[in-house]
Design a protein around this ligand. Sequence first.
Ligand SMILES: [Mn+2]
Length: 364
Amino acid sequence: MKSRWLKVKKLLKAEKCDALLVINAENNGQPGTRYLSGFSGSSSVLLITKEKKILVTDSRYTVQVRQEAKGFEVTILKPRETFRVILKHLAAKLHLKKILIDGGITSYASVESLKKAVPKMKVTSKNGLLQELRIVKDKQEIALLKKAAAIASRAFLKFLPSVKAGVLEKSLAARLEAICKEEGADKMAFDTIVASGGRAALPHARPSGKKLRKGELVVIDWGVRYQGYVSDMTRTIAIGKIAPRLREIYEAVRGAQERGCQAARAGLPARALDAACRETLKEHGLEKYFAHAAGHGIGMEIHELPVVGPKQNEPLPAGAVITCEPGVYIPRLGGARIEDSLIITKRGVVSLTKALTKKLIIIN
Ligand SMILES: [Mn+2]
């Protein structure tokens, strides 16, 4: 936590502000609040100045906040007391003249209320500042991301025998989610995708009442949440013997994904990773069927910084964790995607999802 608070202090200095304020109403200030304090409740106000760390929440969280927010001065709202009153009090007590907020997660209503409570205080808004603080993961975060990926990988191996012709996409999704929870997931990080046959051409398909059939590719994209951190991976499976064209598509995607993983390292502009995937698909004449970015950051959220798309010039930082997930989606015919989660290092990457093969799994 200390290194995280240090990042905030640096930011306050750079922005010439007295405090960082994170308003968390019905979780819209999460995960920034959890990242900076450990507190995982749904309603709070967090204030970090150069000297003090203060967390205000309500009486539902009296016990939890003291367990989670180590190193914070905790205030529990009295019945009928509002955050606005407390903020007014704190602003006066701490002589806050200028505060910093993340405009990307702070509601317009909150800012209005703040201005009413403390009219003389200036508010500086920096969109996405909390996400930016979280790009480079610390040791504790890497350990949790590894754990999340391990749970999801283990679950998939136990789930594989359930995949066969005749089973509904929906049943398979439910089965995989149940096994993930048995293996230790707190919950799923997003709705599981199981998309077979022509439906695999939809990159974000919802599992339907369609049955898996012989000769189809099935795209399965799933992720778990564990102690605040997520996993994200995709594998594509063949049901029985598939047409040569589908095999060609699969192998092109695998080549593209492997090239993306090989290219990735600290300092590489994110767009170069995207291009490595896209170039490989181009060699197979398939690049026009690859309609999304090659990857995205993961951490406390399933999509966070850095974005790994064709327009991102920013170099990938060491310690970021990203996905590499090219796919090909051909309307009516079907699709394939392979996705791994990767820790970016100076020398290359460490895959969190290498326990699962990328060779085509054929279910007979
Ligand atoms: Mn993903």
